[in-house]
Design a protein. Structure first.
Length: 220
């Protein structure tokens, strides 16, 4: 009887220890799962690829590097793909420029872009604004600024260069301010040529984004 009693006690202890070990492994497994990211409640990240303008003309690359990068906006991870080199510095872009611009204008506007350290991927925007604005002497890029006007007054023969420089600087500054959400041309238009501005009584500013985008398409 004693032997049977000890066998029963031993069996009970072995069964209890086995059950406890099994329960602990489940708890560790859940914890590891949470740490590894397998279970992340209340967080949703949607990967989306940015396509530049609303008509998917080209993609704007990561700032100052020309490499792809990711931005997180409102819980959404956006992959920003750089514009292909052949579209900015290749034969196609140069060929398109020569169709719509004189060699002198190309040289002047390009020099202004370089002087203001405008990323090459944004050069089509600069040239597109020139065509979309199509301003007269002193208003070639539609820049309305007392400081700009004073510079042109001192050197009227450099009006294209001065206006191009102010435009290039405006594009560069607003590209750095842009958080990557939505469309850059739309964002730039809201600053450069806002709809409902006091100096736009005929409401022509509403056409700016469309016109610039169309010219980017022609030049790319």
């Amino acid at each position: 009887m004693k032997n049977l009693f000890f066998v029963g006690v031993l069996f009970y202890l072995v069964y209890s220890i086995a059950g406890s070990a099994s329960s602990g492994s489940v708890a560790v497994s859940q914890q590891d799962s949470a740490r590894s990211g397998s279970v992340v409640p209340n967080k949703t990240f949607v990967s989306s690829e940015k396509t530049g303008t609303s008509s998917s003309l080209f993609s704007f690359g990561s700032k100052n590097t020309g490499t792809s990068s990711s931005r997180t906006t409102g819980g959404t991870v956006q992959t920003v793909v750089p514009m292909r080199n052949e579209e900015t510095s290749g034969n196609n872009f140069e060929k398109q420029l020569s169709k719509y611009f004189s060699q002198n204008d190309i040289q002047v506007i390009t020099a202004a872009a370089k002087r203001n350290n405008l990323q090459k991927e944004l050069w089509p925007v600069l040239f597109a604004i020139r065509k979309a604005e199509n301003g007269k002497k002193g208003r070639e890029f539609g820049i309305l600024s007392e400081k700009c006007d004073k510079e042109i007054k001192k050197a009227p023969d450099r009006s294209l260069d001065i206006q191009a420089g102010w435009c290039a600087s405006t594009i560069k500054k607003n590209y750095s301010r842009w958080d990557g959400s939505g469309d850059f041309i739309n964002y730039l238009g809201s600053v450069y040529c806002p709809v409902g501005a006091n100096n736009d009584p005929k409401g022509l500013n509403k056409n700016w984004i469309k016109n610039v985008s169309n010219w980017i398409k022609k030049l790319s």
